[in-house]
Design a binder for this molecule. Sequence first.
Ligand SMILES: [Cu+2]
Length: 103
Amino acid sequence: MKKLFVLLALVVIASMSLSAAELKGTIVDSMCAAKHADASEKSVACVERCVKGGSAPVLVTADSKIIKIDEASKEKVMSHLGHKVTITGTVENDTVKIESIKM
Ligand SMILES: [Cu+2]
């Protein structure tokens, strides 16, 4: 039983470690999230409205994972609200620190 806990702890630590990554997905707001993954005109308008209303911008990946945007990187996604993007950056836990973002 004890061995199992040690193993689980190691897995958790490994999954939390830093990794540079390329992420493909759509910038959406944390409230509507995957609802806007289609990047349609209506979605873009809603994401912009929701983010202005105080909802945090997040990335929803192709496999529907929600990745949060690092506080210091938020400005970089502001011109891409509702857009499909490719982000290069470092992912820690479920938050990405953006190095570059392109459509
Ligand atoms: Cu919305």
